[in-house]
Design a protein around this ligand. Sequence first.
Ligand SMILES: [Zn+2]
Length: 85
Amino acid sequence: MAKNQVKFQKGISIHGFMKLYGTEEQCQRRLFDMRWPTGYRCPKCHYDKYCQLHSRALFQCNKCHHQASLISGTLFAHSKLPLTI
Ligand SMILES: [Zn+2]
């Protein structure tokens, strides 16, 4: 019988998990790296310069002013809970 790759993947302790994702900033940084692994790219025009709108956690393209969210299109999109929860 073939080994179930998902079931037997290496785990992480709760201590290790909290060390990686214990703060909102760490969660946001991880989402940023997953969304833009080679650095920010505007989803509309692919420009790489942006400013961050701290009031609404949005990234705004410096060229076309398109605003991109870290959580749009993810399972976090419709949640009002902090990412740490
Ligand atoms: Zn743009």
